[in-house]
Design a protein around this ligand. Structure first.
Ligand code: FE
Ligand code: FE
Ligand code: ZN
Length: 278
């Protein structure tokens, strides 16, 4: 069965998202741990968490994916911004660990001029400060489009980070199809080659989730603009090949397409049909 879901609003809690996802035909979902631009997280609702675990289990839900705020930048040269990244990630993981087995995705960071090497080391430092033997959440580096001074637009850059993290068994990758296409990985025409390359650098076993998005921007543009499934530069054929590829068909797919709930529902239905008929 296709593991698929979409991005949902977390404002009403886990049980609400679960119900919403189920009504959309999804079996996973993604949410922001707090306002995507940063800010405080909600009070922890232990009741909601306990009920969620029970219901998710009963519905055979897959792992869920939390997304860190965009403002989190451990590679910043500004100490205050780095401290904020530390505070947010630590607090996010403390909360997510209550779910026991969630995924936590973040944008590795931007070095804003200091250079990739310095920025990368700061990301490694953050992860080594925060991850412990007890961490119950898998932390995912998202593949980036490489706009500005973003780190993480090549498989090698992600691998460098993972190599230096002490608890690397708690680390994985989330591949964003919009981002990697705009980063210069041709998943439209050479999907096999890109996946073979990913496997040789990072290992496909480290690929935990896929952000399934079409893109408004041409190949290798290094611009990050998501599009609805089948309406962008990738197109429905390429997206169909992605969800049914032998190396990917058991992975977790999450839509981050510009949609309201009814649009997500249509995309989930469409993708499940393609998957079932393949
Ligand atoms: Fe993201
Ligand atoms: Fe994404
Ligand atoms: Zn994006």
């Amino acid at each position: 069965m296709l593991k698929i879901g979409c991005h949902l609003s977390a404002s009403k809690g886990y049980c609400h998202m679960l119900k919403e996802a189920d009504l959309l035909g999804a079996n996973t979902f993604q949410f922001f741990t707090r306002n995507p631009r940063g800010g405080k997280a909600k009070e922890i609702d232990y009741n909601d968490i306990a009920l969620f675990k029970e219901k998710a289990n009963a519905l055979n839900f897959n792992q869920i994916l939390a997304h860190a705020p965009y403002t989190l930048n451990p590679a910043s040269q500004n100490e205050k911004i780095r401290d904020f990244a530390h505070l947010v990630m630590k607090d996010d993981l403390m909360r997510l660990d209550l779910l026991e087995g969630a995924l936590y995705n973040f944008h590795p960071g931007s070095h804003v001029g200091a250079g990739k090497e310095i920025g990368t080391q700061l990301i490694i430092d953050l992860l080594n400060n925060i991850l412990t033997k007890e961490t119950k959440t898998t932390v995912l580096l998202e593949t980036m489009s490489g706009s500005g001074s973003e780190i993480g637009s090549t498989f090698e850059e992600l691998k460098t980070i993972m190599n230096e993290v002490k608890y690397s068994d708690k680390m994985g990758v989330c591949m964003d199809t919009c981002h990697i296409y705009s980063a210069g990985y041709d998943i439209k025409n050479n999907l096999d080659e890109v996946l073979t390359h990913f496997d040789s650098i990072i290992g496909l076993d480290k690929l935990y989730a896929i952000h399934l998005n079409d893109t408004k921007m041409p190949f290798a543009s290094h611009k990050d603009r998501h599009e609805k499934i089948g309406e962008g530069e990738l197109g429905l054929d390429a997206i169909s090949r992605i969800i049914t590829h032998p190396a990917l068909k058991n992975k977790l797919f999450v839509l981050e397409t510009p949609n309201e709930l009814d649009g997500y529902k249509q995309e989930i239905t469409l993708l499940k049909n393609i998957y079932a008929n393949n």
